[in-house]
Write a protein that binds this ligand. Sequence first.
Ligand code: HEM
Length: 525
Amino acid sequence: MLLADQSEAMAFLFYAFAALAFLLAALVHAAFARRRNGGPPLPPGPRGLPLLGSLPLLQSDLHAHFSRLARTHGPIFSLRLGAKLGVVISSPALAREILRDHDAAFANRDVPASSRVAYGGDANIVWNPNGPKWRMLRRVTVREMLCPAGLDVVYALRRREMRAAAANIRAQAGTPVDVGAEMFLATWNTVTGTLWGATLEGAEVKRRSTVGKEFREVVAEITELLGRPDVSDFFPAVAWMDLQGIQRRMGVFLRRFDRIFEDIIEMRRKKEGGGVGEGKDFLEFMLRLEKEGGDGKTPFTMTNVKALLLDMVVGGTETTSNTVEWAMAEMLHKPEILRRAQAEVDMVVGPDAVVEESHIGRLPYLAAVIKETLRLHPALPLMVPHCPSATCVVGGYSVPAGARVFVNVWAIHRDPEVWEDPLEFRPERFADGGDAGKRGWDFSGNDFRYLPFGSGRRICAGVAMAELMVSYMVATLVHSFEWRAPEGIGKEAADMEEKFGIVMKKARPLVLVPTPRLARDDLYL
Ligand code: HEM
């Protein structure tokens, strides 16, 4: 239960102040009622409790909970969350209406109170409304950092980090290794290296893992808080009280990142003798843009610099490393898939060489493994909620402006109407002969039955980087090592329980024992 972990005092305060919000809720209700009289009805849905609606009834596995509700109420349903209306979409046809037919209206966000703590909530890409500012932030980020050409420039950095990760795992051969933690560190170093050209200080093995763990925990906390329904969002009148303490906790984590960003910017400025140099990394580019005051049409401030850094380190790290962790967990359960992936990489790379990014295009089975992983374990199971700027008709129902719209991509990816044996991990469906393979389903979001990165204007800005990093990491892990469960634990080492957050993770970390399988030891250096 959402509110089960609140202290009694908090609960008392909440119910006391909820009364204040009653008036607001009544007004909203009246507005909805007027709309019902004038146009199509609101989507059906659970009745919920007076005033609070379904808020206290939400379950912590929100994606699965919504999926269960869809079975009763249909592929579009609404639920009252305090003074706000939530709408949940669980079918490809309706996702298409939202993300293609009404893309302009739905390409907006309902900024959570916890995100306003971060640079006001509208200085970055993720939470900016569809408009010139968002377009500019997204354009410069993709053009300068995340497009294939921008990524090519920093291949050496990705290679160095991947080799360091392989060496680090090699050093732990025969002992249990936390696969997600290793991959997080590699991703973190790659993303921050691409942003400001630096890896974490103190690269010796011990230091590497402690620092990686520290940041992983912070990012995981942030994405968990972002996924948690917050009373402040549903009763704006009492938002200032921060009854669940979500804004306060978010503030602590964000101040930590802010200090890191300030230090890095300061160091960069000192290095350049007070000015901004001609360097090639993304920070350098942003500092120049900030100095020029923007692109001539839209201003670009220091707050934007830091907010974009935050977007990248929060949006680009855990999403990627969790996907690798799920892929490895699935393969532990199906050794024949691991064997087939290894055979493919062995054939292309050979046993006395290491995987390079240039090999990836020649690994179609590995690509199918990754697509299948993202089908069953989409990193953002409810995407980032959308919010229509105007009332739209979807599936014959009114979706009012300002509603919080969840596209349940997790449910769509497990829909038996779309997928044969939907709960089976079967990469073959994405390989050449498979149904999804024949249909050419990829990450572009053009087919609404498969959209792990979203679709339309708000599609993930980092698709190219994510695909590259996940493929490179999984290829390296399966090529360089044999993997088995730790002694006495068996396949429980890779139990598949999920922990919901805006980014979904494994409830328990995947811990496996690696054995080197490359021909020579020096290949791990
Ligand atoms: C496997 C890895 C990843 C997955 C599955 C993923 C998936 C997604 C999804 C589903 C969205 C929301 C789309 C929507 O709301 O319609 C999103 C947004 C976003 N992602 Fe990713 N992502 C991944 C990695 C990355 C990386 C590596 C970066 C950058 C370094 C990144 C940057 C962003 C940004 C900036 C947005 C916000 C886009 C906007 O609101 O305009 N993501 N991602």
